[in-house]
Design a protein around this ligand. Structure first.
Ligand code: AMP
Length: 121
């Protein structure tokens, strides 16, 4: 299966992070979900939650694979409690060019540790 921009799973940097081929600073892992610190943080806490399975973006969520989205949000709640993100946090998923998705493997940014603004840019 190919992701957006013709990128294959074997070339996907987040698939390589899941396999350990590319190192990451892990926050959370279970059977279906992996989470790690973003290497270009946009807030004092910036974590990426991804499915271990390659899904290119929110546009590729369907009946067959959508249970992993629930798994990811359960994982976010666990990690937020463990990291004491009591003041709140923001969950963001950029999908496609206009939203500036730069990695074509579904991911949810969790940003915390500072006051946010709304609407986002
Ligand atoms: P997006 O632009 O929404 O697709 O988000 C992709 C995110 O992945 C960006 O915030 C990048 O900083 C982050 N990122 C890219 N490569 C790595 C990596 N090897 N380790 C950690 N974060 C990464």
């Amino acid at each position: 299966m190919n992701g957006v921009r013709g990128e294959s799973m074997s070339e996907c940097i987040f698939c390589k992070i899941v396999s350990g081929e590319i190192p990451s600073n892990m926050v959370y892992e279970d059977e279906t979900v992996y989470a790690f610190y973003d290497n270009n943080p946009q807030a004092p806490v910036h974590i990426l939650f991804i499915p271990k399975q390659h899904i290119a973006s929110t546009s590729e969520i369907n009946k067959e694979n959508s249970s992993v989205v629930a798994d990811i949000f359960e994982a976010i709640a666990v990690a937020a409690n463990e990291l004491n993100l009591d003041e709140g946090y923001r969950v963001v998923s950029n999908c496609g060019r206009q939203a500036q998705q730069s990695v074509p493997h579904l991911h949810f940014h969790v940003l915390a540790g500072r006051d946010m603004t709304w609407p986002p840019g």
